[in-house]
Design a binder for this molecule. Structure first.
Ligand SMILES: [Zn+2]
Ligand SMILES: [Zn+2]
Length: 219
């Protein structure tokens, strides 16, 4: 008998089904929002995550990494008024995106649960919130997205970059899955589904980047 469906950690629909088992870990798929996710009982510990993050080399000056981040920064900047200020949520140890946005004249506060755990910045609201290469690490994505949405002012933007999952036949060998701290995988349809539920606009200017706009006008 197939196992009972479980709740999707992204959209909370109680209908996720097993996708496949690989490397002793099992992955599930949500038919509602099309997210794929690791069985929560296989989530890495905080210590294992920290060790892995220290291997990431996101140097602020690294030209290749800046080019990579420009995929999000360029379409976001086109939509932001000159004096806009935002928050980089999950900035990591070397906040390269914040440096780029500041160079373009926007203010950027920083938050990271490991490297910049300043709760005060989460008590404010912003014209934009960026979240690059972070959402795939969320153990409780629905709660994280709820928190992110609350940080965005009316008319403001939530900008997310994560490698979109596209092909289940390549999932087992997909490089993105091999990082043990990557526990949830999104398709562009996942974000469109979330935005529709929230009543937000959703744009995908380029693969792996989604810009979601909260309705309303800036005060
Ligand atoms: Zn779902
Ligand atoms: Zn990652």
């Amino acid at each position: 008998m197939p196992p009972d469906p479980i709740a999707c950690p992204v959209c909370l629909a109680p209908s996720a089904r097993p996708l496949l088992e690989v490397d002793g870990r099992d992955y599930w798929a949500c038919p509602e929002c099309e997210a794929r996710f690791l069985n929560p009982s296989h989530h890495p510990t905080r210590d294992a995550e920290h060790a892995q993050y220290m291997l990431h080399d996101n140097d602020e000056a690294d030209i290749g990494y800046r080019r990579f981040l420009s995929r999000l920064a360029e379409p976001l900047l086109e939509r932001l008024p000159p004096g806009a200020s935002g928050l980089d949520y999950g900035c990591g140890p070397g906040p390269a995106l914040a440096a780029m946005l500041r160079e373009a004249g926007r203010g950027v506060a920083l938050y990271d649960p490991l490297f910049r755990p300043e709760a005060s910045v989460l008590a404010q609201s912003y014209d934009f919130v960026t979240c690059t290469e972070v959402a795939e690490h969320f153990h409780t994505p629905a709660a994280e997205f709820k928190r992110l949405r609350a940080l965005v002012r009316p008319g403001g933007w939530l900008a997310i970059m994560t490698c979109f999952q596209t092909d289940d036949s390549r999932f087992a060998n997909w490089h993105y899955r091999h990082d043990i701290t990557h526990v949830v995988f999104y398709r562009d349809t996942t974000f469109r589904h979330l935005a529709e539920n929230w009543g937000w606009r959703c744009e995908v200017p380029v693969k792996d980047v989604v810009l979601m706009q909260r309705p309303g006008h800036a005060p």
